[in-house]
Design a protein around this ligand. Structure first.
Ligand code: DX5
Ligand code: ZN
Length: 216
């Protein structure tokens, strides 16, 4: 099933409750956590996720763009995340496996994320126990960047691996998704679309969500 996950990175942080309500027609809410080290930007952390949890029943899809994410898994789970994505580039494989185990122990859905430089096959050691793979379609760090067409091949390769080893696993794409690129990523095999500027930059976010839903 196709899911739309608006990214609150493009919301007005002084009016977060209002802006979350504006996207209530979406399936998930995408929350971008950045530490100023794994990526150059700094955004939000555990207390903000906890506050969001108090104000919405939406499924919280939390994208951790932080170094050594295993250090913070328990805290984000307790704050109310429904799913956590950790970047494969953010730590040694054994510590990534530890992070996934911590999510499992907390009963939270588990995902790994891939920067554009990372090959699809990097998911293989983890794939059978994942709920989702996140393929970045821009370099992580900022909203409003141009979609990288070269990532369509990675999406296709991850889709093939998912179909072979764990068909229930979701495939999310993030970065530069708008109606035109949505059609391309769906065709390549993605089923969860993150969109920041395409939703919050639109005059009517609900309509923008509907446009993404019917992109194909
Ligand atoms: C970028 C973030 C994205 C970002 C997407 O590093 O992970 O979730 O909000 O923004 P758009 O849709 O504007 O490219
Ligand atoms: Zn994101």
């Amino acid at each position: 099933m196709l899911k739309i996950a608006p990214s609150i990175l493009s919301a007005d942080f002084c009016n977060l409750e209002r802006d979350i309500r504006r996207v209530s027609a979406a399936d998930w809410l995408h929350v971008d956590v950045m530490d100023g080290a794994f990526v150059p930007n700094l955004t939000i952390g555990v207390p903000v996720v906890a506050s969001i949890r108090k104000h919405t029943g939406m499924f919280l899809d939390v994208h951790l763009m932080i170094d050594k994410p295993v250090r913070y898994i328990d805290q984000f789970c307790q704050a109310g995340a429904d799913l956590l994505s950790v970047h494969l580039e953010a730590d040694h494989p054994t510590r990534i496996a530890d992070a996934l185990r911590a999510m499992e122990a907390n009963g939270v859905k588990k995902a790994v994320a891939l920067r554009p430089i990372t090959s699809a096959r990097a998911v293989l050691p983890y794939l059978e126990r994942l709920d989702m793979v996140l393929v970045m379609t821009v370099e992580p760090g900022f909203g409003g960047q141009k979609f990288m067409e070269s990532q369509l091949d990675t999406i296709r390769e991850v889709r093939a691996l998912i179909d072979k080893y764990n068909p229930a696993c979701e495939l999310e794409v993030d970065g530069g998704i708008a109606p035109g690129t949505a059609e391309q990523v769906i065709e390549a095999g993605a089923n969860v679309l993150v969109a920041g500027s395409a939703v919050y930059g639109a005059e009517d976010p609900a309509k923008a969500i509907e446009l993404l839903r019917t992109a194909r």
